[in-house]
Design a protein around this ligand. Structure first.
Ligand SMILES: Cc1cc2nc3c(=O)[nH]c(=O)nc-3n(C[C@H](O)[C@H](O)[C@H](O)COP(=O)(O)OP(=O)(O)OC[C@H]3O[C@@H](n4cnc5c(N)ncnc54)[C@H](O)[C@@H]3O)c2cc1C
Length: 427
């Protein structure tokens, strides 16, 4: 009898734990074919003359793919790695390996949903179904106490109602046995120079964080133990968000090396053991912000930004503005805080939330430069770039988005500096 084969198309879900898509594919097939495709569009030049990915995130991504491949190899299989356009590659694979169905995770940002829609169209011509899963959020869309169209636009309301009326589901178990489609050639991982443009490679980098599920889980477990010690020593009341604590989980969460539910339940376990503390609470609150922005993108799409036309009055001539933007990007503005944090972003790809607020506030309100340019620059440089998180946070600082008024301090540079004085941010 013919065996049923399901192709599992990995994107920002690079893990075995808590992966409904993978669990379902294993349950519904005889053999699975896991595939990752390096899409050149994810590394190309943007209309703002920045790159969609710089070298630091590309390296983190390559680590993560290598780690996923290793996990499949341990189970006797592999991960097929290819480069090209998914809408061209997937139909070829479907025909070549006689695939019955393709599974993938649904995204919310415009570019990613467009790729899914193109893939869906191409597969449909072959009468093959593209099945969508939703595994990026803490709360499942169907478990929310409101349909997407009625999700409150204000974060406070969203948080209150969601925490009161919705539950965080248990994690899916990590598969221990998988049957793989037999393939001779699984493809080599590209070198970073093959995917990132030479101009985006310029500059010194010190990548501290290593991508992949294994590293992510190691970091999380170490952090939870550390969090408990910090709490025992801490005497600061109400220090949440201002304590200088930063879990640095965002890069693993952005690529799905860690599931938000796994983070949530491990933090909850740590709370059982050590009691609650401001650092644990900050992580849980961050996960809610993350959900909120994804759901806002889902609800409003591009209209999240369109309610206001942030056309800053220009303070300086075009040439001068170009120069100021270069100084901002290179960390040579003359403002000590701005320059140090920018240097940190440029070399490590990571800065904490308060520093992101400072850099964005400075660009928008001091230099009066269009926030889109800043957001595009962060897209290139951040190791943890996630479309909803980056663009929605920038829009809010610029006075747009739907949650206006929440981050009032973002509009006030003096308050930003005061905030930063509280943030003892030392390596
Ligand atoms: C201008 C600007 C751009 C940003 N761009 C990104 C981005 O591209 N990717 C990204 O993950 N976050 C982004 N953020 C949100 C936030 O700054 C980072 O998530 C956070 O600094 C990551 O550090 P952490 O992992 O130590 O966070 P923690 O405080 O430990 O929080 C735990 C997790 O919750 C999530 N989280 C926390 N705060 C937020 C927030 N305000 N919005 C959304 N999610 C949050 C992150 O996944 C984070 O890892 C941006 C914020 C601003 C102001």
């Amino acid at each position: 009898m013919k065996s049923k084969k399901i192709l599992v198309w990995f994107r920002n879900d690079l893990r075995l734990h808590d992966n409904e898509m993978l669990v379902e594919a294993i349950a519904k097939s005889d053999d699975i074919l896991p595939v990752y495709i390096f899409d050149p569009r994810n590394f190309q030049l943007t209309p703002q003359y920045t790159y969609r990915s710089g070298v630091i995130r590309a390296k983190f991504l390559l680590d993560s793919i290598a780690d996923l491949r290793k996990s499949f190899q341990r189970l006797g299989g592999n991960l097929l790695v290819l480069t090209g356009y998914p809408e061209e590659i997937l139909p070829v694979l479907v025909e070549r390996y006689d695939i019955a169905e393709v599974y993938h995770h649904r995204e919310v940002a415009h570019e990613e949903t467009k790729v899914s829609a193109d893939v869906e169209d191409c597969l449909w011509k072959l009468r093959i179904n593209l099945r969508h899963f939703i595994g990026h959020t803490l709360y499942n869309k169907e478990d929310l106490p409101f349909p997407i169209k009625d999700i409150p636009d204000g974060f406070a309301q969203f948080k209150k109602k969601t925490e009161r009326d919705a539950i965080v589901k248990a994690c899916f178990l990590t598969p221990e046995v998988i049957a793989f489609v037999a393939i001779e050639e699984w493809g080599d991982l590209p070198a970073v120079e093959e995917i990132v443009s030479a101009e985006a490679m310029i500059g010194e980098v010190h990548q501290e964080l290593i991508g992949g599920e294994e590293e992510g889980l190691k970091h999380l477990n170490a952090l939870l133990e550390e969090g408990s010690t910090i709490y025992q020593k801490s005497t600061v009341k109400g220090a949440t968000g201002k304590s200088g604590f930063s879990s640095r989980l965002s890069a693993w969460l952005a690529l799905g090396c860690l599931s938000p539910r796994m983070v949530y339940w491990l933090v909850k376990d740590a709370e059982e053991t050590f009691g609650t503390n401001p650092h644990f609470s900050q992580i849980l609150l961050g996960l809610l912000w993350r959900d909120y922005f994804r759901f806002m993108f889902k609800k409003h799409g591009q209209h999240f930004f369109n309610d206001y036309a942030m056309k800053p009055e220009r303070l300086f001539s075009e040439d001068r503005e170009k120069l100021l933007f270069e100084e901002w990007k290179n960390g040579t503005t003359g403002n000590e805080y701005v320059d140090n944090y920018m240097a940190e972003l440029n070399t490590s790809g990571f800065i904490p939330h308060a520093a992101r607020l400072l850099l964005s506030t400075y660009l928008i309100y001091v230099l009066k430069i269009d926030w889109i340019k800043g957001a595009a620059y962060f897209e290139e440089k951040s190791i943890d770039y996630a479309p909803a998180n980056n663009w929605c946070n920038w829009a809010i600082v610029a006075g747009g988005g739907k949650n206006t008024g929440t981050i009032k301090s973002a509009f006030d540079l003096d308050k930003q500096f005061k905030l930063l004085n509280l943030v003892v941010y030392k390596q």
